[in-house]
Design a protein around this ligand. Structure first.
Ligand code: SAM
Length: 227
């Protein structure tokens, strides 16, 4: 894998996996209730692909309402933690880089939490092309991340072609550079419209936003295995 911001960011999350729950969403009953509430509002059903599933905080709740969940993350360390939380034969786990992921089927819902903010500007179109490959003809993309109201928690002062970069420190003192863009909802809708998605991005709890995107117009979708 090339030594670019995508590779370094993934290396950071691999190193952080063991301390992620203690320094992010956490495993508190209150946060689990919040996540369950947001999942309920999204009306998720059918076969779901969860990208950047991390330690499984959302996987657990989505598994309660979906027919199946395919979890994908680039960090085996994250997947190991998620697997230990999810005891459900309808959930399967894959390790893959999200910018080169090739699905073996299409899904009713493609979901990702806390991932949009880490997609480099230079890879935005590539990532959404992968999403397009994963989505069933009438499928929905559902996503959630931090809105600009939370930007004061994490200054990202280095503006580059990849987007704003922030520096994070792990408990061992190591420092890591990541992309962190707090998308303004209207700007994200417009950016997605420019590449053929009809998206609605709205505020929700904790100054997060929730997005729902569909292909703006019917395109011919080749199903895997068909000529
Ligand atoms: C901020 S965490 C979000 C995890 C989870 N969705 C959540 O909300 O707690 C970002 C996740 O993206 C994964 N990740 C980072 N870069 C990746 C890449 N290039 N391909 C696949 N996964 C990646 C990390 O391993 C991490 O689990």
């Amino acid at each position: 894998m090339p030594d670019d911001v995508v590779a370094r960011q993934l290396a950071y999350y691999r190193a952080r996996a063991g301390e992620y729950d203690a320094t992010s969403y956490g495993e508190t009953p209150r946060m689990r209730d919040t996540i369950a509430g947001v999942v309920a509002e999204m009306h998720i059903d059918g076969d779901v692909l969860e990208l950047a599933g991390g330690t499984g905080a959302w996987t657990v709740e989505i598994a309660r309402v979906a027919r199946s969940v395919t979890y994908v993350d680039g960090a085996p360390e994250m997947a190991a933690i998620a697997r230990a939380k999810v005891d459900d034969p309808a959930v399967t786990f894959e390790i893959a880089d999200l910018f080169s992921y090739r699905p073996s089927r299409r899904f009713d819902v493609v979901f990702f939490a806390a991932w949009m903010s880490h997609v480099p500007d230079s890879r935005f179109d590539d990532f959404w092309a992968v999403v397009d490959d994963c989505l069933a003809p009438d499928g929905r993309v559902l996503f959630l991340d931090e809105s600009p109201a939370r930007a004061h928690f994490e200054p990202a002062p280095f503006d580059t072609d990849d987007g704003p970069l922030a520096t994070r420190t792990l408990s061992d003192g190591s420092q890591h550079v990541i992309v962190k863009r707090f998308w303004e909802p209207r700007a994200l809708e417009a950016r997605l419209a420019a590449i053929g998605w009809s998206a609605t991005v709205t505020p929700t709890v904790h100054d997060w936003y929730v997005g729902e995107a569909r292909r703006a117009s019917a395109r011919r979708i080749d199903q895997p295995g068909q000529g």
